[in-house]
Design a protein around this ligand. Structure first.
Ligand code: DCP
Ligand code: CA
Length: 394
């Protein structure tokens, strides 16, 4: 993957820090959120002052009270933490639209190309930390690298209130001296297996043959081998981004009418494509769904060589799938659907396309605009006219 700039950001002792903002008297003291120690239960989080006594998340409260008798124990207020979390994510979204929240106080950002707005990546990260401090009163730790796994290790290592940037090319060297447990994906079980091989550092793991790790840890072993070498091409995935878009419709009566099926497929393709373009995406995979009179349901998919976002390309792929499916089936059809998946950002290189494709794209955009303004049915292309009676389910 080409050079990326990935940030991993994580708030320090999150629940406790929020409590300290709400009640400044708690600042600089050993504080535990999780409840009173006379109750069963565990530490949700401990302030760094309390961690100095060996307290940590998941420890029974009674143990915590024994190790650190002067600690202040607080019940906690999850609604408040969620409120801070929302504001935290909102600040992050001012720096890049490509955010993947990982739980309540942690996120990955792909900031590739946005650094220059702030001078440098270092200045950008520093600005993030400052805003979080001034607007929320919280401390954040940040790791910067060319991939998720290295950024995550860097932010963990920088805690508290830290900032570590791993320069491109230095990923392996940065990870090498660290104990294997510091590598995301190495849990207690995997650590045991890895140490059984006589390997204790991430560097050692990076030199262990991939097939050895695969034979002991399965596919996770292969992944850990890549991670240990600073290789991780996982994308930063904003939540809720559609992975597929589809439409289907059930007929009032089962049908064998090819023309009618084709016209329906065209209408459905148009709606799918309108959604696709609204999201600024193109699709590489087209899936046809059919349900027959006896309720048996099939899906058939075709992966295209190039991603597309025109009605015609998707419809024609769908028709190909439909013809092949119907050739194998004698039953009438009660439901037809079409969907697209394997979505990619729409390329903006319009000049690379043939003029006819460009015209079609312009036409499609114009149709989208009119439909946005006046509703989907304001424009009906020829094939759809005879479908007036069909109600489409989304
Ligand atoms: N949390 C919890 N129980 C756990 C771990 C965490 O309730 N076993 C809650 C409390 C933490 C919050 O989730 O404040 C975030 O978890 P982190 O692992 O990020 O821990 P902290 O933010 O508390 O500390 P750190 O500074 O190490 O990130
Ligand atoms: Ca945290």
């Amino acid at each position: 993957m080409t050079n990326r700039t990935i940030i991993h950001i994580d708030l320090d002792s999150f629940f406790v820090s929020v409590e300290q903002v709400l009640n400044p008297e708690l600042k600089g003291k050993p504080v535990v959120v999780g409840g009173k120690p006379d109750r069963r239960g565990v530490v949700a989080t401990a302030s760094y002052e309390a961690r100095a006594f060996g307290l940590h998340s998941g420890m029974p409260l009674v143990t915590a009270a024994r190790l650190c008798p002067e600690a202040i124990f607080i019940e906690g207020n999850f609604a408040r933490y969620r409120e801070f979390s929302r504001k935290f994510m909102a600040i992050l979204s001012d720096f890049s639209p490509f955010i993947e929240p990982m739980g309540i106080d942690e996120a990955y950002l792909d900031v590739t190309g946005f650094e220059s707005i702030h001078g440098s990546i270092w200045q950008m990260a520093d600005k993030m930390k400052q805003r979080i401090r001034s607007e929320l009163g919280l401390c954040a730790s940040i790791g910067i690298a060319n991939c998720k796994v290295v950024a995550k290790v860097a932010s963990d290592l920088s805690k508290p209130d830290g900032l570590i940037e791993v320069a491109p090319g230095e990923e392996r060297g940065f990870l090498a001296p660290l104990p294997v447990e510091k590598l995301p994906g190495v849990g207690k079980q995997a650590a045991k297996v890895i140490k059984g091989l006589g390997v204790h550092t991430i560097g050692g793991l990076s030199r262990t043959p991939s097939h050895t790790l695969k034979s002991r840890l399965g596919t996770a072993g292969e992944m850990l081998h890549h991670f240990a070498n600073g290789i991780d091409d996982r994308k930063v995935l904003p939540p809720g981004e559609a992975k597929s878009i589809s439409r289907e419709t059930t007929f009032g009566e089962d049908t064998r009418d090819r023309l009618f099926l084709e016209a329906t497929l065209w209408a459905l393709s148009e709606k799918v494509v309108a959604d696709l373009r609204k999201k600024g995406k193109q699709a590489k995979c087209v899936t046809l769904k059919l349900r027959y009179a006896d309720f048996s349901t099939i899906t058939r998919s075709h992966t295209l060589r190039e991603s597309v976002d025109t009605d015609r390309a998707i419809f024609e792929t769908g028709i190909g799938l439909l013809e092949r499916a119907l050739a194998m089936e004698i039953q009438a059809v009660r439901l037809v659907g079409i969907g697209v998946s394997n979505l990619v950002e729409a390329s903006r290189q319009a000049t690379l396309f043939a003029p006819s494709t460009r015209k079609l794209e312009e036409l499609n955009k114009a149709i989208d605009r009119i439909r946005d303004k006046y509703g989907f049915d304001a424009i009906q292309t020829g094939r759809v006219i005879r479908l007036k009676d069909i109600s489409t389910q989304s």
